[in-house]
Structure formats: C-alpha cells, structure tokens
Design a protein around this ligand. Structure first.
Ligand SMILES: CC(C)(COP(=O)(O)OP(=O)(O)OC[C@H]1O[C@@H](n2cnc3c(N)ncnc32)[C@H](O)[C@@H]1OP(=O)(O)O)[C@@H](O)C(=O)NCCC(=O)NCCS
Length: 212
C-alpha cells in the first residue's frame, strides 16, 4: 500500500505518510532523483533505507514537489527551494514528511519495550519520576512520544551540542490529548514548541512547531 494518509493540519501545513510495500525497482521506476541524491542512494548499504529514501520522494510528488525542489545543508537538514519548510522521517516500513509555512520537525518511531532501557539517556530524572509515578500504562507510549518530540525539536533547531536529556523537556501530557509542549533551553536560547502526536499502527508519529 503506497500513500497511507494525508493530513491537512491547517491551511499551510500538510503531513503525508507512506507505507513502504513497493520493491526498490518499482520505486526507482517512479522517482527521478537529482545528481547528488542519485549518488547518495547508490551509496546506501541497506535496501530498506533506499526504499524509504525513494518513498519520501513519492510523498513529495503527492505534495506537488520533486527531488529537484529539495536540497540539504551540511548537517543533513532538508530545505525546499520555494522557502516552505520541510522535515523528513523514516522508520522501518513507514516514512513521513511535513511541509509548512511554519518552522517544523517530524519523527516517526516504532513503539518498542527497549526504549525503557535507554530512557535515562534522553529523559531527565524529574520527567522520568513523573512518568513512572503514573504507572506502567502508557509508559512506553509516552516515552516514545518524548523521544519523537525531542528528535522533532532537534530537527528544527539543527544545532550541534543539543542534549535531549539536559536541554529539551516535554511538559506532562496524556496520550489521549495527542498534544504537548516542549521547551528547549540551552545557553541563551529559550524556545517553546507545540508538539502533536498520533499512533499509526504500532508506530508513533510526532511533529513539532516552533512557537513564536
Ligand atoms: C539526524 C537525526 C535527527 C535523524 O533522526 P533519525 O530518527 O535517526 O532518523 P529519521 O528517519 O527520523 O530522520 C532522518 C531525516 O532527518 C533529516 N535530517 C538529518 N539531519 C538533520 C538535521 N541536522 N536537522 C534536521 N533534519 C535532519 C533528513 O531529512 C533525514 O532523512 P533523509 O536524509 O533521508 O532525507 C538523528 O540521528 C540525530 O542526530 N539526532 C540528534 C542526536 C542526539 O542527540 N541523539 C540521541 C540523544 S540521547
């Protein structure tokens, strides 16, 4: 199944999700890459990564863009030539993009029990304590939202030296609220982000907008 869903979040923001079931050959037949990205695709070791990379271009086509409208900076952050903002994510059989007039970041993560083992690497003691005191229900889901929120904020800021644990906090939220607020505090920078999330099969899709 190719295009999985399109969400028109508001007048200027679209989120598009692809479920990658096509073979590499099928996707290659349907997508034209610019020279830099063709070289990049050829250099990828995993076929799953190649399929995800091409599926993102299928999503761009759905949104009215091609690979020729896209470029990356030296850190790997993608930009659209028309000045709109784009963020990209892929994980296993899903890929997603967000395109907006606003500054945005997106992340999709598989919900895994393993996240509990690395929680103390990306969530500070206060956040962890509050999550645990609420009981095990939703613990993995909430940790996955926090991880996705922090990745999304990182993708917005694209700043070296950001620590998920020490510089980005996600305020308490409930899974059924489908939204939260995050704070980035680092040196002289203090910024808030609105976070939105939803479940897609056993994945969590998270996206973030920088607040004014
Ligand atoms: C770069 C990074 C954001 C990618 O995230 P990921 O979850 O591994 O992978 P995703 O599929 O969600 O995202 C990959 C996409 O992010 C985008 N991306 C890569 N570097 C980026 C950057 N510096 N800024 C914004 N977006 C970036 C790219 O579009 C990339 O896909 P593409 O190259 O195929 O177009 C991530 O690896 C990273 O460096 N995170 C922060 C570092 C960190 O502190 N991590 C652990 C803390 S405990």
């Amino acid at each position: 199944m190719p295009l999985y869903q399109i969400t028109n979040f508001n007048d200027s923001t679209q989120i598009l999700v692809w479920k990658i079931t096509e073979s590499l050959e099928e996707l290659q037949d349907e997508v034209l890459l610019n020279d830099i990205n063709a070289i990049r695709l050829n250099g990828m070791k995993s076929q799953m990564h190649q399929r995800a990379f091409l599926s993102v271009r299928k999503l761009m086509l759905e949104a009215g863009y091609s690979d020729f409208d896209l470029y990356y900076d030296q850190f790997g952050k993608p930009y659209l030539k028309d000045g709109k903002h784009i963020s990209i994510t892929h994980s296993h059989e899903f890929s997603a993009i967000i395109i907006s007039d606003k500054i945005v970041g997106i992340d999709i993560e598989l919900q895994r029990e393993k996240i509990v083992l690395i929680a103390d690497k990306f969530v500070n003691e206060n956040e962890l304590h509050r999550l645990k005191s609420k009981g095990v229900q939703d613990y993995i889901k909430k940790l996955t939202v926090k991880w996705g929120a922090k990745e999304s904020v990182f993708k917005i800021r694209n700043e070296q030296g950001i620590s998920f644990k020490n510089h980005i906090w996600v305020y308490p939220f409930e899974i059924n609220e489908k939204k939260a607020t995050a704070l980035l505090q680092m040196e002289s920078v203090k910024k808030q982000f609105s976070i939105h999330f939803e479940e897609i099969e056993n994945f969590t899709l998270v996206y973030a907008f920088e607040k004014n």
